[in-house]
Design a protein around this ligand. Structure first.
Ligand code: TXA
Ligand code: MG
Length: 352
């Protein structure tokens, strides 16, 4: 067990002394959890194999799931990647700092443990002052997965990190709630056409405006690749809540009717039922469930994404026995939201 400290930091003008302290922990080989615009990251010196090992250990993460290197400036790409394709310049101009991770051919000096032995490396520049200052002050690149125990929903506030990682990290920088709420889009530029390995806030539509056609078959989407074909960066799409989650997909009115029906069955045998709904339909579940939480309007996927993981974690606190979740449209940011909901449902999907 480590002695974990947690310190509040102003996300708009962070106290440089706190960040320097965090940076000295990184330099000393320790682990620091920090906010980004997507979710909290669990950072260590990404150019040292011994410190990266500690990340895998602290999270209980499978050794074959590669990590993203976080940079403070686009120039740092050249420190860790080689044969950088020409599209990178435009992508960086348009989307960095921001929620886009680029998969590029790896420089041999980057420890293999970071990329889980793959010949490629994931790089991203987060859009968060605390994160950027921490990377710069550490004088290295930070390897940082989401700061949750492996398989749990990603943390969008410091208390989630504390719940999962207390005693496993040296310091948690509490910079408030993260703005976007789902992890970055992971884009593999070593394939032609480029391929989305994980949907996120930078949408397929936005990427296609720059790159032309982009492949986007991710696990859990309609045309799921067969197990033999799963890309090494896509092997672990599931989140385990303590509660079974049923995801109901289809037209909104049909979803509501089906959830009412299913919820009724569970309640009639004494089970405590939770419903994860849209703002539009939350009023239609009174009398059908013990806890109803709205993620926001179907027409505001930014809000839906921002509250998704927090709301999923909240249902555990409410101790419901089963959770029914409404499906959303897969357009734009909906692609990322549905990818995460399908991950939470672990195959328990009802199509109506
Ligand atoms: O928004 C984010 O990306 C957050 C914040 C902290 O930056 N980080 C994050 O890291 O979500 P993690 O480790 O939880 O997820 C990284 C994803 C995994 O799905 C991993 O398989 C994929 O990126 N990945 C990383 N390097 C890869 C590589 N070389 N090839 C393919 N996939 C890779
Ligand atoms: Mg993660």
């Amino acid at each position: 067990m480590k002695e974990t400290q947690i310190v509040k930091v102003d996300p708009d003008s962070p106290d440089i002394h706190e960040i320097e302290r965090a940076a000295s922990i990184i330099k000393g080989g320790g682990l620091v959890a920090f906010p980004t615009e997507t979710v909290y990251g669990l950072g260590a010196d990404g150019l040292r194999a011994d410190t990266v090992d500690k990340i895998f250990l602290a999270k209980g993460r499978p050794q074959d799931n590669p990590l993203i290197l976080h940079v403070a400036s686009p120039d740092d790409i050249l420190r860790v990647a080689m044969a950088v394709p020409p599209d990178v310049d435009r992508l960086v101009q348009l989307f960095w700092p921001g929620p886009l991770t680029l998969i590029l051919p790896k420089e041999p000096h980057v420890p293999d443990v970071v990329s889980a032995g793959l010949p490629t490396i994931g790089v991203r520049m987060p859009d968060n002052i605390i994160a950027l200052t921490l990377i710069a002050e550490s004088g290295t690149l930070l390897a940082a997965p989401s700061a949750n125990l492996s398989g749990r929903p990603s943390p969008t506030q410091a208390s989630h990190v504390a719940d999962d990682m207390w005693g496993r990290v040296d310091l948690i920088l509490d910079g408030g709630s993260t703005r976007l709420g789902v992890e970055s889009t992971v884009l593999d530029l070593t394939e032609d056409p480029p391929r989305i390995l994980r949907p996120g806030s930078v949408t397929r539509e936005e990427l296609e405006e720059v790159l032309g056609h982009v492949e986007a078959r991710v696990p859990g989407s309609e045309n799921r690749p067969s197990p033999g074909q799963v890309h090494p960066g896509m092997k672990y799409p599931h989140y385990s809540l303590d509660i079974p989650v049923f995801l109901v997909e289809g037209e909104p009115q049909a979803i509501v009717r089906r959830i009412q029906e299913e919820a009724g069955k569970y309640r009639s045998c004494g089970k405590k039922v939770g419903i994860l709904s849209s703002e539009e339909s939350k009023g239609q579940y009174s009398g059908y469930a013990d806890v109803v939480r709205s993620l926001g309007s179907r027409h505001d996927m930014t809000q839906v994404a921002a509250g998704l993981y927090r709301t999923l974690r909240d249902f555990e606190t409410c101790q419901v026995n089963v959770l029914f979740a409404e499906g959303f449209s897969e357009r734009g940011l909906g692609f990322a939201v549905m990818n995460r909901l399908r991950g939470a449902a672990r195959g328990r999907i009802i199509y109506v």
